[in-house]
Design a protein around this ligand. Structure first.
Ligand code: ATP
Length: 513
Protein backbone atom coordinates (compact mmCIF):
# COMPACT_ATOMS: atom_id res chain seq x y z
CA UNK A 1 0.00 0.00 0.00
CA UNK A 2 1.36 3.38 -0.97
CA UNK A 3 2.18 5.68 1.94
CA UNK A 4 -0.11 8.62 2.54
CA UNK A 5 1.82 11.17 0.55
CA UNK A 6 2.20 8.81 -2.40
CA UNK A 7 -1.47 7.97 -2.17
CA UNK A 8 -2.38 11.65 -2.27
CA UNK A 9 -0.16 12.20 -5.32
CA UNK A 10 -1.75 9.18 -6.97
CA UNK A 11 -5.24 10.59 -6.30
CA UNK A 12 -4.35 13.93 -7.91
CA UNK A 13 -2.68 12.31 -10.94
CA UNK A 14 -5.51 9.81 -11.44
CA UNK A 15 -8.15 12.55 -11.16
CA UNK A 16 -6.44 14.37 -14.01
CA UNK A 17 -5.68 11.35 -16.18
CA UNK A 18 -9.28 10.16 -16.15
CA UNK A 19 -10.90 13.54 -16.77
CA UNK A 20 -12.13 14.19 -13.22
CA UNK A 21 -10.23 17.30 -12.10
CA UNK A 22 -7.96 19.83 -13.83
CA UNK A 23 -6.23 22.93 -12.47
CA UNK A 24 -8.17 26.05 -13.36
CA UNK A 25 -6.82 27.86 -16.45
CA UNK A 26 -4.04 25.30 -16.65
CA UNK A 27 -2.62 26.62 -19.93
CA UNK A 28 -1.70 29.79 -18.00
CA UNK A 29 -0.06 27.68 -15.28
CA UNK A 30 -3.21 27.43 -13.20
CA UNK A 31 -4.83 29.60 -10.55
CA UNK A 32 -3.89 28.76 -7.00
CA UNK A 33 -6.50 26.68 -5.15
CA UNK A 34 -9.07 26.84 -7.94
CA UNK A 35 -10.01 23.73 -9.92
CA UNK A 36 -12.14 22.67 -12.89
CA UNK A 37 -14.13 19.46 -13.05
CA UNK A 38 -13.69 17.52 -16.29
CA UNK A 39 -16.02 15.26 -18.23
CA UNK A 40 -16.12 12.56 -15.55
CA UNK A 41 -15.74 14.96 -12.64
CA UNK A 42 -18.86 16.91 -13.48
CA UNK A 43 -20.90 13.69 -13.61
CA UNK A 44 -19.58 12.47 -10.25
CA UNK A 45 -20.20 15.89 -8.74
CA UNK A 46 -23.75 16.02 -10.07
CA UNK A 47 -24.42 12.52 -8.80
CA UNK A 48 -23.21 13.44 -5.29
CA UNK A 49 -25.48 16.50 -5.40
CA UNK A 50 -28.48 14.41 -6.42
CA UNK A 51 -27.75 11.82 -3.74
CA UNK A 52 -27.70 14.54 -1.10
CA UNK A 53 -30.63 16.50 -2.53
CA UNK A 54 -32.93 13.50 -2.74
CA UNK A 55 -32.10 12.38 0.77
CA UNK A 56 -32.65 15.86 2.19
CA UNK A 57 -35.69 17.12 0.27
CA UNK A 58 -37.49 14.20 -1.36
CA UNK A 59 -37.22 11.94 1.70
CA UNK A 60 -38.23 14.63 4.19
CA UNK A 61 -41.72 16.00 3.74
CA UNK A 62 -40.79 19.04 5.82
CA UNK A 63 -37.66 20.09 3.92
CA UNK A 64 -37.78 22.19 0.77
CA UNK A 65 -35.09 23.54 -1.54
CA UNK A 66 -33.83 27.00 -2.48
CA UNK A 67 -31.40 28.50 -4.96
CA UNK A 68 -30.40 31.95 -3.71
CA UNK A 69 -28.07 34.30 -5.61
CA UNK A 70 -24.35 34.40 -4.91
CA UNK A 71 -24.41 38.19 -4.68
CA UNK A 72 -26.33 39.49 -1.69
CA UNK A 73 -27.02 42.84 -0.10
CA UNK A 74 -23.83 43.85 1.74
CA UNK A 75 -25.73 44.30 5.00
CA UNK A 76 -26.22 40.52 5.03
CA UNK A 77 -22.57 40.05 5.93
CA UNK A 78 -22.64 42.75 8.57
CA UNK A 79 -25.59 41.04 10.26
CA UNK A 80 -24.11 37.57 9.99
CA UNK A 81 -20.87 38.68 11.64
CA UNK A 82 -18.72 37.91 8.61
CA UNK A 83 -17.50 41.49 8.14
CA UNK A 84 -16.25 41.68 11.73
CA UNK A 85 -15.41 38.11 12.59
CA UNK A 86 -14.84 35.90 9.56
CA UNK A 87 -11.12 35.85 10.17
CA UNK A 88 -8.43 33.24 10.33
CA UNK A 89 -5.30 33.77 12.42
CA UNK A 90 -2.29 33.75 10.10
CA UNK A 91 1.39 33.45 10.88
CA UNK A 92 4.41 33.74 8.58
CA UNK A 93 7.71 32.01 8.87
CA UNK A 94 10.41 34.67 8.46
CA UNK A 95 12.98 32.27 6.99
CA UNK A 96 10.91 30.18 4.61
CA UNK A 97 8.47 33.04 3.82
CA UNK A 98 5.70 30.46 4.05
CA UNK A 99 2.32 31.42 5.46
CA UNK A 100 0.26 29.21 7.77
CA UNK A 101 -2.94 29.25 9.74
CA UNK A 102 -1.76 29.49 13.34
CA UNK A 103 -4.66 27.37 14.65
CA UNK A 104 -3.94 24.64 12.09
CA UNK A 105 -0.28 24.45 13.14
CA UNK A 106 -1.40 23.79 16.71
CA UNK A 107 -4.11 21.32 15.64
CA UNK A 108 -1.58 19.39 13.56
CA UNK A 109 0.67 19.17 16.61
CA UNK A 110 -2.23 17.70 18.60
CA UNK A 111 -3.01 15.28 15.77
CA UNK A 112 0.55 13.95 16.08
CA UNK A 113 -0.05 13.26 19.78
CA UNK A 114 -3.25 11.43 18.83
CA UNK A 115 -1.32 9.35 16.30
CA UNK A 116 0.99 8.29 19.13
CA UNK A 117 -2.08 7.24 21.12
CA UNK A 118 -3.35 5.20 18.19
CA UNK A 119 0.04 3.47 17.91
CA UNK A 120 -0.07 2.51 21.59
CA UNK A 121 -3.61 1.15 21.12
CA UNK A 122 -2.59 -0.87 18.08
CA UNK A 123 0.41 -2.31 19.96
CA UNK A 124 -1.69 -3.24 22.98
CA UNK A 125 -4.40 -4.78 20.79
CA UNK A 126 -1.80 -7.06 19.27
CA UNK A 127 -0.43 -8.02 22.66
CA UNK A 128 -3.73 -8.68 24.45
CA UNK A 129 -5.72 -10.09 21.52
CA UNK A 130 -9.37 -10.84 22.29
CA UNK A 131 -9.03 -9.77 25.93
CA UNK A 132 -8.22 -6.18 24.99
CA UNK A 133 -10.49 -3.59 26.57
CA UNK A 134 -9.82 -0.37 24.69
CA UNK A 135 -11.74 2.02 26.91
CA UNK A 136 -10.00 0.69 30.02
CA UNK A 137 -6.64 0.89 28.27
CA UNK A 138 -6.99 4.53 27.20
CA UNK A 139 -8.19 5.63 30.62
CA UNK A 140 -5.37 3.93 32.54
CA UNK A 141 -2.25 3.57 30.40
CA UNK A 142 0.13 6.29 31.68
CA UNK A 143 1.55 7.39 28.31
CA UNK A 144 -1.86 7.47 26.64
CA UNK A 145 -3.37 9.41 29.53
CA UNK A 146 -0.44 11.86 29.36
CA UNK A 147 -0.88 12.43 25.57
CA UNK A 148 -4.65 12.86 25.84
CA UNK A 149 -4.45 15.24 28.81
CA UNK A 150 -1.81 17.28 27.03
CA UNK A 151 -3.94 17.46 23.84
CA UNK A 152 -6.94 18.61 25.81
CA UNK A 153 -4.95 21.32 27.59
CA UNK A 154 -3.49 22.59 24.32
CA UNK A 155 -6.83 22.72 22.51
CA UNK A 156 -8.54 24.41 25.43
CA UNK A 157 -5.84 27.05 25.59
CA UNK A 158 -6.05 27.61 21.82
CA UNK A 159 -9.83 27.92 21.98
CA UNK A 160 -9.63 30.39 24.86
CA UNK A 161 -6.99 32.56 23.17
CA UNK A 162 -8.92 32.63 19.90
CA UNK A 163 -12.21 33.46 21.61
CA UNK A 164 -10.55 36.28 23.52
CA UNK A 165 -8.66 37.40 20.39
CA UNK A 166 -5.46 36.96 22.38
CA UNK A 167 -3.22 36.45 19.35
CA UNK A 168 -0.03 37.00 21.35
CA UNK A 169 -0.90 33.89 23.35
CA UNK A 170 -1.49 31.88 20.17
CA UNK A 171 2.05 32.78 19.13
CA UNK A 172 3.35 31.99 22.63
CA UNK A 173 1.68 28.57 22.40
CA UNK A 174 3.35 27.85 19.05
CA UNK A 175 6.70 28.81 20.54
CA UNK A 176 6.20 26.81 23.73
CA UNK A 177 5.29 23.72 21.72
CA UNK A 178 8.39 24.35 19.59
CA UNK A 179 6.34 24.02 16.43
CA UNK A 180 8.55 24.41 13.37
CA UNK A 181 7.74 25.37 9.77
CA UNK A 182 6.66 22.02 8.24
CA UNK A 183 8.54 22.86 5.05
CA UNK A 184 11.93 23.89 6.49
CA UNK A 185 12.03 23.25 10.23
CA UNK A 186 12.60 26.94 11.03
CA UNK A 187 11.06 28.35 14.24
CA UNK A 188 11.49 31.99 13.30
CA UNK A 189 7.85 33.17 13.38
CA UNK A 190 6.17 36.55 12.90
CA UNK A 191 3.33 37.67 15.17
CA UNK A 192 -0.12 36.18 14.57
CA UNK A 193 -2.50 38.45 12.64
CA UNK A 194 -6.20 38.21 11.76
CA UNK A 195 -7.11 37.96 8.09
CA UNK A 196 -10.65 38.36 6.68
CA UNK A 197 -11.51 35.60 4.24
CA UNK A 198 -14.23 37.31 2.20
CA UNK A 199 -13.68 38.23 -1.45
CA UNK A 200 -14.78 41.76 -2.22
CA UNK A 201 -16.18 42.87 -5.57
CA UNK A 202 -17.99 45.85 -7.04
CA UNK A 203 -21.43 46.21 -8.59
CA UNK A 204 -22.37 49.11 -10.87
CA UNK A 205 -21.32 50.83 -14.07
CA UNK A 206 -19.22 53.76 -12.91
CA UNK A 207 -16.61 53.74 -10.20
CA UNK A 208 -18.38 56.57 -8.28
CA UNK A 209 -21.74 54.86 -8.08
CA UNK A 210 -20.45 51.29 -7.70
CA UNK A 211 -21.22 49.62 -4.41
CA UNK A 212 -19.01 47.20 -2.54
CA UNK A 213 -20.23 43.66 -2.41
CA UNK A 214 -18.87 40.34 -1.26
CA UNK A 215 -18.95 36.99 -2.96
CA UNK A 216 -20.82 34.86 -0.44
CA UNK A 217 -18.51 32.92 1.89
CA UNK A 218 -21.28 30.46 2.76
CA UNK A 219 -24.69 29.58 1.32
CA UNK A 220 -26.47 29.63 4.69
CA UNK A 221 -27.25 33.36 4.70
CA UNK A 222 -29.28 33.04 1.47
CA UNK A 223 -31.51 30.66 3.43
CA UNK A 224 -31.87 32.92 6.48
CA UNK A 225 -32.85 36.02 4.51
CA UNK A 226 -35.48 33.93 2.69
CA UNK A 227 -36.84 32.34 5.87
CA UNK A 228 -40.16 34.20 5.81
CA UNK A 229 -40.60 33.96 2.03
CA UNK A 230 -40.33 30.18 2.11
CA UNK A 231 -42.19 29.69 5.38
CA UNK A 232 -45.18 31.76 4.27
CA UNK A 233 -45.44 30.74 0.59
CA UNK A 234 -44.77 27.09 1.41
CA UNK A 235 -47.01 27.24 4.50
CA UNK A 236 -44.28 25.47 6.40
CA UNK A 237 -44.76 24.57 10.04
CA UNK A 238 -41.97 24.28 12.60
CA UNK A 239 -39.98 22.07 12.54
CA UNK A 240 -39.01 22.47 8.88
CA UNK A 241 -35.87 22.81 6.81
CA UNK A 242 -34.53 24.63 3.76
CA UNK A 243 -31.80 22.98 1.70
CA UNK A 244 -29.47 24.59 -0.79
CA UNK A 245 -26.50 23.65 -2.96
CA UNK A 246 -24.30 26.40 -4.30
CA UNK A 247 -20.96 28.08 -4.72
CA UNK A 248 -19.14 29.80 -1.90
CA UNK A 249 -15.89 31.79 -1.96
CA UNK A 250 -13.17 32.16 0.65
CA UNK A 251 -9.80 33.79 0.27
CA UNK A 252 -8.12 30.96 2.18
CA UNK A 253 -4.72 31.75 3.66
CA UNK A 254 -3.22 28.38 2.98
CA UNK A 255 -4.63 26.25 0.24
CA UNK A 256 -2.30 23.38 -0.47
CA UNK A 257 -4.58 20.40 -0.27
CA UNK A 258 -6.01 20.02 -3.76
CA UNK A 259 -9.81 20.34 -3.75
CA UNK A 260 -9.99 20.00 0.05
CA UNK A 261 -9.39 23.71 0.58
CA UNK A 262 -10.27 25.85 -2.39
CA UNK A 263 -10.95 29.53 -2.84
CA UNK A 264 -14.09 28.77 -4.89
CA UNK A 265 -16.05 25.72 -3.80
CA UNK A 266 -19.55 24.32 -3.38
CA UNK A 267 -21.54 23.68 -0.24
CA UNK A 268 -24.59 21.54 0.39
CA UNK A 269 -26.31 23.11 3.35
CA UNK A 270 -29.57 22.59 5.19
CA UNK A 271 -30.95 24.86 7.88
CA UNK A 272 -33.55 23.19 10.08
CA UNK A 273 -35.81 25.57 12.03
CA UNK A 274 -37.02 24.31 15.40
CA UNK A 275 -38.79 25.46 18.53
CA UNK A 276 -36.41 27.09 21.04
CA UNK A 277 -35.46 24.57 23.70
CA UNK A 278 -35.74 21.62 21.32
CA UNK A 279 -32.53 22.36 19.44
CA UNK A 280 -30.28 19.88 21.19
CA UNK A 281 -32.71 17.01 20.50
CA UNK A 282 -32.69 17.94 16.80
CA UNK A 283 -28.94 18.38 16.86
CA UNK A 284 -28.61 14.71 17.89
CA UNK A 285 -31.22 13.71 15.30
CA UNK A 286 -29.27 15.37 12.49
CA UNK A 287 -25.98 13.89 13.64
CA UNK A 288 -27.56 10.43 13.30
CA UNK A 289 -29.22 11.22 9.99
CA UNK A 290 -26.06 12.54 8.42
CA UNK A 291 -23.97 9.63 9.65
CA UNK A 292 -26.55 7.24 8.15
CA UNK A 293 -26.30 9.07 4.82
CA UNK A 294 -22.52 8.65 4.82
CA UNK A 295 -22.82 5.00 5.89
CA UNK A 296 -25.20 4.31 3.01
CA UNK A 297 -22.39 4.94 0.52
CA UNK A 298 -20.22 2.23 2.09
CA UNK A 299 -16.94 4.18 2.16
CA UNK A 300 -15.99 2.36 5.37
CA UNK A 301 -17.08 3.26 8.91
CA UNK A 302 -13.44 3.33 10.02
CA UNK A 303 -12.88 6.31 7.73
CA UNK A 304 -15.23 8.51 9.76
CA UNK A 305 -15.09 10.07 13.19
CA UNK A 306 -17.01 12.79 15.04
CA UNK A 307 -15.11 15.70 16.50
CA UNK A 308 -16.97 17.85 19.04
CA UNK A 309 -15.83 21.49 18.95
CA UNK A 310 -13.86 22.94 21.82
CA UNK A 311 -14.20 26.43 20.40
CA UNK A 312 -17.76 27.28 19.44
CA UNK A 313 -18.36 29.86 16.73
CA UNK A 314 -19.96 33.09 17.91
CA UNK A 315 -23.40 31.85 16.85
CA UNK A 316 -23.39 28.25 18.10
CA UNK A 317 -24.40 26.44 21.31
CA UNK A 318 -23.28 23.01 20.10
CA UNK A 319 -21.18 21.93 17.14
CA UNK A 320 -19.58 18.83 15.79
CA UNK A 321 -17.57 17.94 12.71
CA UNK A 322 -17.83 14.73 10.78
CA UNK A 323 -14.21 14.05 9.92
CA UNK A 324 -13.01 11.77 7.15
CA UNK A 325 -9.70 9.97 6.80
CA UNK A 326 -8.40 11.77 3.70
CA UNK A 327 -5.00 10.76 2.25
CA UNK A 328 -3.50 13.49 4.47
CA UNK A 329 -5.29 12.30 7.64
CA UNK A 330 -8.59 12.93 9.43
CA UNK A 331 -10.02 16.33 8.51
CA UNK A 332 -13.40 18.06 8.52
CA UNK A 333 -15.81 16.88 5.86
CA UNK A 334 -19.07 18.19 7.27
CA UNK A 335 -20.14 20.50 10.07
CA UNK A 336 -23.30 20.13 12.14
CA UNK A 337 -24.07 23.22 14.17
CA UNK A 338 -26.73 24.34 16.56
CA UNK A 339 -26.82 28.01 15.54
CA UNK A 340 -29.44 29.19 18.06
CA UNK A 341 -31.53 32.16 16.85
CA UNK A 342 -28.39 34.20 16.17
CA UNK A 343 -28.80 34.66 12.42
CA UNK A 344 -32.54 35.33 12.26
CA UNK A 345 -32.33 37.78 15.17
CA UNK A 346 -29.36 39.59 13.62
CA UNK A 347 -31.13 39.98 10.26
CA UNK A 348 -34.30 41.08 12.01
CA UNK A 349 -32.39 43.78 13.83
CA UNK A 350 -30.52 45.14 10.83
CA UNK A 351 -33.34 44.89 8.28
CA UNK A 352 -36.17 45.93 10.58
CA UNK A 353 -38.27 43.05 9.14
CA UNK A 354 -39.84 40.40 11.36
CA UNK A 355 -38.39 36.93 10.90
CA UNK A 356 -40.56 34.93 13.23
CA UNK A 357 -42.94 32.01 13.22
CA UNK A 358 -46.50 32.21 14.52
CA UNK A 359 -47.25 28.99 16.34
CA UNK A 360 -51.04 28.48 16.09
CA UNK A 361 -51.10 25.78 18.75
CA UNK A 362 -49.26 27.91 21.30
CA UNK A 363 -50.90 31.12 20.09
CA UNK A 364 -47.59 32.99 20.07
CA UNK A 365 -44.77 34.12 17.77
CA UNK A 366 -41.15 33.21 18.32
CA UNK A 367 -37.80 33.31 16.55
CA UNK A 368 -36.94 29.69 15.68
CA UNK A 369 -33.66 28.07 16.61
CA UNK A 370 -31.60 26.52 13.85
CA UNK A 371 -29.71 23.29 13.33
CA UNK A 372 -27.42 23.41 10.31
CA UNK A 373 -25.85 20.57 8.40
CA UNK A 374 -23.15 21.85 6.07
CA UNK A 375 -21.05 19.64 3.84
CA UNK A 376 -18.49 20.68 1.24
CA UNK A 377 -19.38 19.08 -2.06
CA UNK A 378 -15.75 19.13 -3.19
CA UNK A 379 -14.60 17.56 0.07
CA UNK A 380 -17.21 14.84 -0.34
CA UNK A 381 -15.93 14.32 -3.89
CA UNK A 382 -12.39 13.93 -2.55
CA UNK A 383 -13.56 11.53 0.18
CA UNK A 384 -15.41 9.33 -2.31
CA UNK A 385 -12.66 9.46 -4.89
CA UNK A 386 -9.73 8.77 -2.57
CA UNK A 387 -11.51 5.93 -0.74
CA UNK A 388 -12.42 4.41 -4.10
CA UNK A 389 -8.97 4.48 -5.67
CA UNK A 390 -7.26 1.15 -5.01
CA UNK A 391 -4.33 -0.87 -6.33
CA UNK A 392 -5.12 -4.57 -6.32
CA UNK A 393 -3.03 -7.66 -6.84
CA UNK A 394 -5.06 -10.29 -8.63
CA UNK A 395 -5.01 -14.07 -8.21
CA UNK A 396 -2.80 -14.52 -11.28
CA UNK A 397 -0.20 -12.17 -9.78
CA UNK A 398 -1.00 -9.26 -12.10
CA UNK A 399 -2.19 -5.96 -10.70
CA UNK A 400 -4.88 -3.46 -11.54
CA UNK A 401 -5.80 0.07 -10.53
CA UNK A 402 -9.50 0.28 -9.87
CA UNK A 403 -11.75 3.17 -8.90
CA UNK A 404 -14.41 1.49 -6.77
CA UNK A 405 -16.86 4.38 -6.75
CA UNK A 406 -20.26 3.56 -5.27
CA UNK A 407 -22.15 2.61 -8.45
CA UNK A 408 -24.94 5.07 -7.65
CA UNK A 409 -22.35 7.88 -7.94
CA UNK A 410 -20.25 6.57 -10.83
CA UNK A 411 -20.14 8.95 -13.84
CA UNK A 412 -20.65 6.20 -16.43
CA UNK A 413 -22.82 3.33 -15.26
CA UNK A 414 -22.02 0.82 -17.99
CA UNK A 415 -19.66 0.53 -20.94
CA UNK A 416 -20.92 -1.52 -23.86
CA UNK A 417 -18.07 -3.32 -25.64
CA UNK A 418 -18.23 -5.22 -28.92
CA UNK A 419 -15.62 -8.01 -28.67
CA UNK A 420 -14.42 -7.21 -32.21
CA UNK A 421 -14.83 -4.26 -34.53
CA UNK A 422 -16.51 -6.44 -37.18
CA UNK A 423 -19.03 -9.21 -37.88
CA UNK A 424 -21.96 -6.95 -36.94
CA UNK A 425 -20.92 -6.84 -33.24
CA UNK A 426 -20.51 -3.01 -33.06
CA UNK A 427 -24.02 -2.58 -34.49
CA UNK A 428 -25.55 -4.76 -31.75
CA UNK A 429 -23.55 -2.88 -29.10
CA UNK A 430 -24.72 0.45 -30.49
CA UNK A 431 -28.32 -0.76 -30.34
CA UNK A 432 -27.86 -1.67 -26.66
CA UNK A 433 -26.47 1.81 -25.99
CA UNK A 434 -29.43 3.31 -27.82
CA UNK A 435 -31.87 1.35 -25.59
CA UNK A 436 -30.12 2.07 -22.29
CA UNK A 437 -29.08 5.69 -22.76
CA UNK A 438 -32.51 7.08 -21.85
CA UNK A 439 -32.22 5.76 -18.31
CA UNK A 440 -28.49 5.45 -17.67
CA UNK A 441 -25.29 7.22 -18.62
CA UNK A 442 -23.66 4.55 -20.83
CA UNK A 443 -20.56 4.50 -23.04
CA UNK A 444 -19.63 2.66 -26.21
CA UNK A 445 -16.00 1.50 -26.31
CA UNK A 446 -14.51 -0.55 -29.17
CA UNK A 447 -10.82 0.43 -29.16
CA UNK A 448 -8.11 -2.07 -28.05
CA UNK A 449 -8.36 -5.66 -26.88
CA UNK A 450 -11.25 -6.33 -24.53
CA UNK A 451 -8.94 -6.98 -21.54
CA UNK A 452 -7.43 -3.53 -21.91
CA UNK A 453 -10.86 -1.99 -22.21
CA UNK A 454 -11.88 -3.67 -18.93
CA UNK A 455 -8.81 -2.22 -17.21
CA UNK A 456 -9.53 1.23 -18.62
CA UNK A 457 -13.13 1.12 -17.42
CA UNK A 458 -12.00 -0.19 -13.99
CA UNK A 459 -9.65 2.76 -13.63
CA UNK A 460 -12.32 5.22 -14.78
CA UNK A 461 -14.77 3.86 -12.19
CA UNK A 462 -17.37 2.29 -14.50
CA UNK A 463 -19.17 -0.36 -12.40
CA UNK A 464 -20.46 -2.57 -15.24
CA UNK A 465 -19.15 -3.68 -18.63
CA UNK A 466 -21.46 -5.31 -21.14
CA UNK A 467 -19.69 -7.35 -23.78
CA UNK A 468 -21.19 -8.36 -27.10
CA UNK A 469 -19.60 -11.44 -28.74
CA UNK A 470 -20.39 -13.86 -31.57
CA UNK A 471 -22.81 -15.91 -29.45
CA UNK A 472 -24.88 -12.78 -28.94
CA UNK A 473 -25.98 -13.09 -32.57
CA UNK A 474 -27.47 -16.53 -31.87
CA UNK A 475 -28.83 -16.25 -28.34
CA UNK A 476 -29.38 -12.49 -27.71
CA UNK A 477 -27.19 -12.80 -24.62
CA UNK A 478 -24.27 -10.68 -23.49
CA UNK A 479 -21.67 -10.90 -20.74
CA UNK A 480 -22.04 -8.49 -17.87
CA UNK A 481 -18.84 -7.95 -15.91
CA UNK A 482 -18.79 -6.46 -12.41
CA UNK A 483 -15.96 -4.02 -11.76
CA UNK A 484 -15.35 -4.84 -8.10
CA UNK A 485 -15.54 -8.65 -8.13
CA UNK A 486 -14.60 -8.99 -11.82
CA UNK A 487 -17.29 -11.66 -11.89
CA UNK A 488 -18.84 -12.25 -15.32
CA UNK A 489 -22.39 -13.43 -15.96
CA UNK A 490 -24.24 -14.35 -19.12
CA UNK A 491 -27.57 -12.53 -19.33
CA UNK A 492 -30.24 -11.78 -21.96
CA UNK A 493 -30.11 -8.33 -23.57
CA UNK A 494 -33.71 -7.85 -22.48
CA UNK A 495 -32.70 -8.32 -18.82
CA UNK A 496 -30.08 -5.55 -18.84
CA UNK A 497 -32.41 -2.74 -17.93
CA UNK A 498 -33.84 -4.47 -14.89
CA UNK A 499 -30.38 -5.58 -13.73
CA UNK A 500 -29.09 -2.01 -13.89
CA UNK A 501 -32.26 -0.66 -12.30
CA UNK A 502 -31.83 -2.97 -9.33
CA UNK A 503 -28.16 -2.03 -8.91
CA UNK A 504 -28.77 1.69 -9.27
CA UNK A 505 -31.93 2.24 -7.27
CA UNK A 506 -31.84 5.20 -4.88
CA UNK A 507 -34.20 3.33 -2.61
CA UNK A 508 -31.81 0.41 -2.22
CA UNK A 509 -28.84 2.66 -1.67
CA UNK A 510 -30.39 5.17 0.69
CA UNK A 511 -32.52 2.75 2.65
CA UNK A 512 -30.69 -0.45 3.27
CA UNK A 513 -26.96 0.02 2.98
P1 ATP B 1 -12.19 24.55 7.88
O1 ATP B 1 -12.08 24.57 9.38
O2 ATP B 1 -11.66 23.30 7.26
O3 ATP B 1 -11.70 25.80 7.22
P2 ATP B 1 -14.83 25.49 8.25
O4 ATP B 1 -15.11 24.98 9.63
O5 ATP B 1 -14.45 26.91 8.08
O6 ATP B 1 -13.75 24.54 7.55
P3 ATP B 1 -17.58 25.66 7.53
O7 ATP B 1 -17.61 27.12 7.56
O8 ATP B 1 -18.23 24.89 8.64
O9 ATP B 1 -16.06 25.16 7.35
O10 ATP B 1 -18.13 25.17 6.12
C1 ATP B 1 -18.91 24.01 5.97
C2 ATP B 1 -18.26 23.03 5.03
O11 ATP B 1 -17.83 23.64 3.83
C3 ATP B 1 -17.01 22.38 5.60
O12 ATP B 1 -17.33 21.28 6.42
C4 ATP B 1 -16.27 21.96 4.35
O13 ATP B 1 -16.71 20.69 3.91
C5 ATP B 1 -16.67 23.00 3.33
N1 ATP B 1 -15.59 23.97 3.13
C6 ATP B 1 -15.26 25.02 3.92
N2 ATP B 1 -14.23 25.70 3.41
C7 ATP B 1 -13.87 25.06 2.27
C8 ATP B 1 -12.87 25.30 1.27
N3 ATP B 1 -12.05 26.33 1.35
N4 ATP B 1 -12.80 24.44 0.22
C9 ATP B 1 -13.64 23.41 0.12
N5 ATP B 1 -14.61 23.14 1.02
C10 ATP B 1 -14.74 23.96 2.08
Amino acid sequence: MANNQDKFKQVIAHAKEYGYIFSSSEIYDGLSAVYDYGQNGVELKNNIKTYWWKSMTQLHQNIVGLDAAILMHPKTWKASGHVDAFNDPLIDNKDSKKRYRADVLVEDYVEKLEQKVQKEIAKAKKRFGDNFDESQFVSTHPRVVKYRTRSKEILERLAKSLTEENLADVKALIEELEIACPATGSRNWTDVKQFNLMFGTKMGASSESASDLYLRPETAQGIFVNFSNVQKTGRMKIPFGIAQIGKAFRNEIVARQFIFRQREFEQMEMQFFVKPGEELKWFEYWKDQRQAWHDSLGLGKENYRFHEHEKLAHYANAATDIEFDFPFGFKELEGIHSRTDFDLKAHEKLSGKKLQFFDHEEGESYTPYVIETSIGLDRMFLAVFSAALQDETLDDGSSRTVLKLPSILAPVKAAVLPLLKRDGLPEIAEQIVEDLKWDFNVDFDEKDAVGRRYRRQDAAGTPFCITVDHDTKDDDSVTIRYRDSMEQKRVKITELKSILNAELSYKTWLKTK
